[in-house]
Design a protein around this ligand. Structure first.
Ligand code: GBH
Length: 484
């Protein structure tokens, strides 16, 4: 538990939370008698940023418009057998044309922020060299539209859509440098209006899943030494990108990343297991977030990889460990850790086959993961600010005879995660905002359009957007700044 002086908001909520947790009553208040009474709400700190998240390739479409060059995801999704049903992002939600409509959906929800990404190959169709002014112009218009509607843009520079023209992709040490040049160009031109930048989204998805497992673009299955080198180039891109953003934006600009760090929940909240979960978080994220936070790979990672450990160039680790202003966490499924007398002091508990999951089979339900995800990162590295840059779920949404999508499983999921996130804010952990994945159903990578994560249902034949029950629910959360 944090010291009360660290709490960043009104005392009354802190007191009532403590009271609710310990089961004692406050004078004159019969707990339980007024379930909606203000003092019992899971209310978030004043100024908390609520938003939604999207990513370029998943929503934009317009794949060949405005001078855009192909990305590895265009090529991969057009390769037979790589995505569900052969689905591609050629059209997706057509947000390339419908972005004004989408900003109105955001406005109707009442969000303060919106997380979006920029397609590198719209800006540099060949990945480097001559920029494409029409690409920059598109994002300039999107950002102006958000700002005109009083929505703060939070922009990710890379959400997996690597320009296909870059030779060797992430296997090539020049790709992180090309990324830094792209970051410099974009932030120089949009940094007057965008004050929050994320270099990358989720290291594992464009390194391991693309180059080791092969289920994501570009679909390779490299051996361990080569795949570890790809990981290294992945984190190096973040580091060089961070430097480039800093060099090209005004003071006060906030720069971070969005990482799906593996989350470890202690099997029970006792000192030894809490410590074990923290050790697991540091060791199991050793190749990615730990390297970024500490500017070095932890011994546990180097020892495990042995001769396959990455080759590190001069200055690499210093760049990788550059100070970030915030850490963005994409929180979905949990892992569980317990104390053990193994070398590194923890063991990961295998998930029972009966563990409950959502519509995506990998999406195990674990609300405590959002609390422990935040807590482990802050306790390990004392980061000044955390954003939940993604959280949400797929659901087997259907339109009923009344024309409604009553996605109570999504509401259940979100309500439980937000209650656990509230615990983190109540204990003083510096969580500044929450971006729900996602505004719209969209191209869910290898799952194509078969999995729906949106607050708005998209009819892909007509591009009609229909708010689900979860959209109405989220609108209330935002309006009341509390779990509803
Ligand atoms: C996020 O990844 C992404 O940032 C976002 O683009 C995506 O749409 C969203 O989640 C929902 O998936 O098929 O069993 O091998 C979350 C982390 C990592 C979770 C890859 C799914 C594949 C699991 N993702 N993982 S499996």
């Amino acid at each position: 538990m944090k010291n009360i002086s660290r709490r960043s908001f009104g005392k009354s909520v802190a007191v009532s939370t403590a009271a609710a947790l310990s089961g004692i009553s406050l004078p004159g208040i019969a707990l339980g008698a007024q379930p909606d009474a203000d003092h019992l709400r899971y209310r978030f700190p004043k100024g908390f940023i609520w938003g939604c998240a999207t990513a370029a390739y998943q929503v934009e479409g317009g794949a060949k418009e405005g001078g855009r060059g192909p990305s590895v995801w265009d090529t991969f999704s057009h390769t037979p057998g790589k995505t569900h049903n052969g689905d591609t992002g050629d059209i997706a939600d057509d947000s390339y044309h419908l972005y004004k409509e989408d900003v109105q959906l955001l406005k109707n929800l009442g969000v303060q922020g919106h997380r979006m990404s920029i397609s590198w190959s719209r800006i540099f169709p060949e990945g480097k060299g001559t920029p494409n002014p029409a690409g920059l112009d598109y994002y300039s218009r999107v950002i102006d539209e958000l700002l005109a509607n009083k929505i703060t843009p939070y922009v990710t520079l890379f959400h997996w859509d690597l320009p296909d023209a870059l030779p060797g992709g992430w296997q090539n040490r020049d790709t992180p440098k090309a990324f830094a040049d792209y970051c410099a160009y974009v932030t120089k031109h949009l940094g007057d209006r965008v004050k929050h930048w994320m270099t990358i989204n989720e290291f594992i998805c464009y390194t391991d899943l693309g180059y080791r497992v092969g289920q994501f673009a570009p679909g390779l299955r490299l051996g361990p030494a080569e795949a570890n080198q790809v990981r290294h180039h992945g984190v190096l891109a973040h580091g060089l990108g961070l430097k480039a953003v800093r060099a090209n934006t005004p003071t006060g600009t906030q720069v971070g990343l969005a990482e799906d760090a593996k989350v470890y929940v202690p099997v029970m909240e006792t000192k030894e297991h809490i410590e074990a979960a923290r050790k697991a978080a540091r060791a199991e994220n050793g190749m990615f977030l730990t390297a970024v936070m500490e500017g070095k790979y932890p011994d546990s990672y180097l020892e495990k990889e042995g001769a396959n450990a990455p080759k590190i160039g001069p200055g690499d680790m210093e760049a990788i460990g550059g100070k970030v202003d915030f850490v963005g966490l994409n929180i979905y499924d949990p892992n569980f850790a317990q104390a053990s007398d193994s070398k590194w002091g923890y063991s990961v508990v295998p998930m029972p086959t009966s563990y409950p999951h959502m519509a995506s089979p990998w999406l195990n339900m674990g609300p405590e993961g959002i609390y422990w995800g935040v807590r482990n990162v802050v306790d390990l590295w004392k980061v000044p600010a955390i954003y939940i840059t993604e959280n949400g779920t797929s659901s087997d949404d259907v339109i009923n005879s009344a024309g409604r999508i009553e996605d109570i499983d999504r509401v259940m999921f979100l309500r439980n995660y937000l209650t656990q996130l509230h615990r983190a804010t109540a204990e003083g952990y510096p969580v500044k905002g929450y971006f729900l994945w996602s505004l719209l159903d969209n191209f869910e990578w290898a799952d194509g359009f078969s999995k729906r994560f949106g607050l708005h249902y998209v009819d892909y034949k007509t591009q009609k957007r229909t708010p689900k029950l979860s959209a109405e629910w989220y609108k209330q959360v935002i309006a009341q700044n509390a779990v509803v």
